[in-house]
Ligand binder design. Sequence first.
Ligand SMILES: [Zn+2]
Length: 100
Amino acid sequence: MVEEFKIVPFECRGCWHVWEEEYVVRHVDDRRGNEREVWLRDGLPVPPPSSGVICPRCGSQQATTFPEGYLAHHPELIPSVEPTAPDATPLLSPVRKPLY
Ligand SMILES: [Zn+2]
């Protein structure tokens, strides 16, 4: 049995919210030697992310997945990775809210 750690990026087609979910994909052999994948989140079996993911922001079921690794090439889509530049006067600069 092999377990694979995956971070799957999603985008909501309703509100364009982008987020990621962490999964463990467990490859198991059934008794006939066929391999199948069991997707786990927080240790619990869940449906594969390709089907019916619900947007945590607006509750839409129109969420879609990105190809794996997509967000690594589009870091601007993840609001939380914006680096905080060193600022000599941090109290005077208002914190911009992410657009997402
Ligand atoms: Zn949404």
